[in-house]
Design a protein around this ligand. Structure first.
Ligand code: ATP
Length: 235
């Protein structure tokens, strides 16, 4: 079943067209990745999906519902949560407060229990629960950003360049964690410049160039595609 679908999104910054007929489908339970160079339109795609930018035309569907034009908090309530590029940790708040903020759209009483659950998954966050978010390392902040997004209990987790600026060993950790979160039942849409790592964990991939989808297919096929190897995998 398709959990998410974007159909022919066209997004502009003023007169500048950043997305051209971008269409993406995400099957429930999968990891789908969007690859592309700097400025290809990956972040613009994510922002157009979660309602931070309003496409001039196109349609967005989530869980069978037309959600075109819905605002980010309405998307979050429906189960679509974005870990933005740069992580956007609340640096003056503690780790635990950051996690509480991630649950602000929830009305149930299970928030505290879920904080414990995500701290089981990220033990470093329990160790540092009283530390200010801004004083954590880049890798720890990325884990906090992912954990905070999980606090809204998303059905679809969107990650915008989670490996950016992190040391190679930490990058390995982050990709492993994304895979585990997916195996535990959360569907993932992952934007990455690190094509090799992304293709390793993804089921399906889209390649964006200057605002257009130029190629898409199963991740294993793209990994063996000479033009992808040449342009994105450094062969
Ligand atoms: P990056 O890896 O740098 O995040 P990206 O693939 O996410 O790259 P976008 O940030 O989506 O690319 O940018 C797509 C295009 O839109 C680029 O040409 C960029 O210069 C342009 N752009 C992005 N943000 C703005 C803005 N606020 N105003 C005008 N143009 C913008």
């Amino acid at each position: 079943m398709t959990i998410f679908k974007a159909d022919k999104l066209n997004t502009y910054y003023g007169n500048i067209q950043a997305l051209r007929d971008v269409s993406i489908e995400v099957p429930e339970g999968s990891i789908v990745t969007i690859l592309g160079a700097n400025g290809a339109g990956k972040t613009t795609t994510m922002k157009s999906i979660v309602g931070l930018l309003r496409p001039r035309s196109g349609r967005v569907e989530f869980l069978g519902e037309d959600v075109t034009g819905k605002k980010p908090d309405q998307m979050l309530r429906r189960g679509l949560s974005l870990v933005p590029e740069g992580r956007a940790i609340l640096s003056g708040m503690t780790v635990e407060e950051n996690l509480e903020m991630g649950a602000y759209v929830r009305k149930d009483k299970e928030v505290q229990a879920d904080i414990e659950r995500v701290m089981d998954r990220f033990p470093i966050l329990r160790e540092r629960k009283d530390q200010l978010g801004g004083t954590m390392s880049g890798g720890q902040q990325q884990m906090l950003a992912i954990a905070r997004a999980l606090m809204s209990k998303p059905k679809l987790l969107l990650l915008d360049e989670p490996s950016m600026g992190l040391a190679p060993l930490i990058v390995q950790d982050i990709f492993r964690i994304i895979k585990e979160i997916n195996e535990e039942g959360t569907t993932v849409l992952l934007v990455e410049q690190n094509a090799r790592q992304a293709l390793k964990i993804a089921d399906y991939a889209y390649v964006l160039e200057t605002g257009r989808v130029v190629k898409h297919g199963p991740a294993s096929e793209l990994m063996n595609d000479p033009s992808i190897q040449e342009a994105y995998l450094g062969h």
